[in-house]
Design a binder for this molecule. Structure first.
Ligand SMILES: NC(=O)c1ccc[n+]([C@@H]2O[C@H](COP(=O)([O-])OP(=O)(O)OC[C@H]3O[C@@H](n4cnc5c(N)ncnc54)[C@H](O)[C@@H]3O)[C@@H](O)[C@H]2O)c1
Length: 383
């Protein structure tokens, strides 16, 4: 049989997940063959609106469908691992929204399944495909930053009023938006983590997961034996506008994300008069890395060199224009028969940093090593 020219995908979970429907439909090498979510009303409304006839309310039924090569899972956090494992066992490739799992054991099972079967797994971490991150990564790859000396990242959000699995969730159980960019910038694995909890959330929240902390802040040691990062997370009872941020400090240049959402990045250049060191910069749009049919989906909140915002087409462009890049990375990896980025091991490494950081915080800050199944590069002693 000749190799197929498209990958047949089913989208599972159609809250946030619905944003990806037009992207798979537009991708020249993807076919969106089916939709799946528990309640039929929204399933049918979206199926009708986008002309998708195959609809499932039961995930297990979807997995029996021979016309589906891959599933993209966007269900509640507690379901990610169970559904990813079931899909891999049913012979489907998996893309799954963050985090990969809520236990180290489930991360290990997913990695083992991909290695046993040759199927691909990609955690759909939005930050590492945001235009801000892609800009910082380009600077790093061009050598403009010099040696990367340190990275810090934060993700603060007030999750009061979100669905039932959120209240009281340990902040580090949803840490991949900070961990991912810290490790993806230097392209290293985390080898150990230590974390302190701070403050206290309301008693009615605390009892849900037995997690008392309002804020968790962790130090990550990386596989080159030299680089480290700090991450900060809060989800409840901490006053802060929504913020995802990454600051990278290099020997030649550093980049900091703005303190207020929507303002431009700041580029610091060494060895200049103090007043000339910081400069507000615009992030280029990396739409040219995408198939033409997906390029329009990256545009949202693009800034010119003076920091002025130009808003235009916003459908599917959330999270720094990352969604079309995520879809393109997953589909091209399947079509090219290569690992996507992040692959199963990398996704496990990023997720387990958060899970073990919370364990560390509960234990008062103990340093915990990342398990070997999460390592993709050799570890250099020192960290
Ligand atoms: N930046 C990001 O990466 C980002 C942003 C938003 C949400 N998310 C993630 O996306 C996921 C979904 O978030 P949401 O806000 O849409 O949640 P939601 O609760 O609003 O929607 C969940 C969807 O999953 C469906 N679903 C639930 N259980 C199912 C099952 N067993 N089988 C099939 N479908 C099922 C529901 O019907 C619904 O369509 C969460 O895990 C969240 O962490 C990630």
């Amino acid at each position: 049989m000749p190799p197929s020219s498209t990958s047949r995908v089913a989208l599972v979970g159609l809250g946030f997940g619905a944003e990806f429907i037009p992207l798979y439909q537009a991708h020249p090498q993807a076919e969106l063959t089916a939709l799946c979510q528990r309640t039929p009303e929204r399933l049918n409304a979206l199926g009708d609106a986008f002309g998708i006839d195959k609809r499932y309310t039961d995930f297990q039924d979807l997995l029996q469908d021979p016309d589906v090569d891959a599933v993209h899972i966007n269900t509640p956090i507690p379901d990610h691992a169970e559904q990813s494992i079931a899909a891999l066992e049913a012979g489907k490739h998996v893309a799954c929204t963050v985090p990969m799992a809520t236990s180290v054991k489930d991360c290990e099972r997913i990695v083992a399944l991909t290695e046993e079967t040759g199927l691909q797994y990609m955690m759909m971490e939005t930050v590492v495909y945001s235009r801000e991150f892609l800009y910082m990564k380009s600077l790093a790859e061009e050598g403009a930053l010099g040696r990367i000396q340190y990275i810090q990242a934060s993700h603060q959000q007030d999750m009061d009023g979100w669905p039932d699995y959120w209240p009281g969730l340990p902040p580090m159980h949803y840490a991949t938006h900070c961990v991912g960019p810290c490790l993806a910038l230097p392209n290293l694995d985390a080898v150990s983590v230590s974390c302190l909890g701070s403050g206290r959330i309301r008693e009615e929240l605390e009892k849900n997961y037995g997690s008392p902390f309002a804020v968790e802040s962790a130090q990550i040691a990386m596989s080159d034996g030299e680089t480290s990062a700090r991450i900060v997370r809060s989800l409840f009872d901490t006053a802060r506008q929504y913020r995802e941020s990454i600051d990278v400090y290099g020997s030649l240049q550093s980049v900091e994300w703005p303190l207020i959402e929507g303002e431009p990045l700041i580029l610091h250049t060494a060895k200049k008069p103090e007043s000339e060191i910081p400069k507000k910069v615009s992030c280029p749009d990396y739409a040219n890395r995408l198939p033409e049919a997906l390029q329009r989906f990256t545009t949202e909140g693009v800034y010119d060199l003076d920091g002025n915002e130009h808003l235009s087409f916003t459908q599917g462009a959330g999270h720094g224009g990352s969604h079309p890049h995520l879809v393109n990375e997953f589909i091209s990896a399947l079509m090219d028969g290569r690992h996507p980025y992040p692959n199963a091991r990398q996704s496990a490494n990023w997720t387990c940093v958060g899970l073990l950081a919370h364990e560390s915080a509960i234990a008062g800050g103990t340093k915990i090593a990342l398990p070997s199944f999460t390592q993709s590069s050799p570890i250099v002693s020192g960290n």
